[in-house]
Ligand binder design. Sequence first.
Ligand SMILES: Nc1nc2c(c(=O)[nH]1)N[C@@H](CN(C=O)c1ccc(C(=O)N[C@@H](CCC(=O)O)C(=O)O)cc1)CN2
Ligand SMILES: NCC(=O)N[C@@H]1O[C@H](COP(=O)([O-])[O-])[C@@H](O)[C@H]1O
Length: 206
Amino acid sequence: MTASADHRPVRIALLASGTGSTAAAIMDAAGRSLAGTVCLVISNNSGSGALEHARRRGVPTRHLSGVTHLDPDELDAAMLAALEEADADLVVLAGYMKKLGPRTLARWAGEVVNTHPALLPAYGGVGMYGDRVHAAVLADGARETGASVHVVTAEYDEGPVLARAVVPVEPDDDVASLRARVQAAEKALLLGWLAERCGGTEGHSA
Ligand SMILES: Nc1nc2c(c(=O)[nH]1)N[C@@H](CN(C=O)c1ccc(C(=O)N[C@@H](CCC(=O)O)C(=O)O)cc1)CN2
Ligand SMILES: NCC(=O)N[C@@H]1O[C@H](COP(=O)([O-])[O-])[C@@H](O)[C@H]1O
């Protein structure tokens, strides 16, 4: 399916915790190579680069976290309300470091996706995020790693994998060089999947 049922551009909400380079890539593609629109960017980190990228592009933002809502159930309800208000069709976790709650998952069942910087199920689950993933790959002496786009379910990284890209590990890699190579492949993979989901020109092979 490309546009949503009423043939409007797919409304994409982004959740991100940190630098926001993935979120920025999606915002830059929206309305150009990607037939979708970014309707909201939410972060648990009020100082995140993701929120700054959104503000510079005139995209609405929200800071929702354990600081704004001490009770996890209230945070989940606030997340649901913010996404409903934004009329989101699709929710993309683009470097979001907190567990998405059950109310939000139930409302967008199957329409919440995450990008993970490894070939799931390898190097996934609790504690597996950001540079910790790349460090574990290097510590194991793995010859290849990659990126995965998967459906978000109740527990971390357990949902069905929708797309994956294999990335070689070079003998002289450190965390920074491996991160750079994986994140380049990850953005291409995610934008390609989004183009197939929403309509667009950046097709990809799974
Ligand atoms: N309900 C779900 N929520 C989230 C998922 C998911 O699959 N289901 N994926 C994560 C993204 N992620 C990996 O892709 C991931 C993020 C964070 C963690 C983790 O261990 N987090 C720590 C806290 C880290 C922090 O506070 O900075 C923890 O929970 O102890 C694992 C995997 C996003 N949400
Ligand atoms: N387990 C989740 C996880 O590790 N997500 C990773 O966080 C990075 C965010 O980078 P960005 O803030 O520059 O987009 C991305 O590489 C993403 O795969």
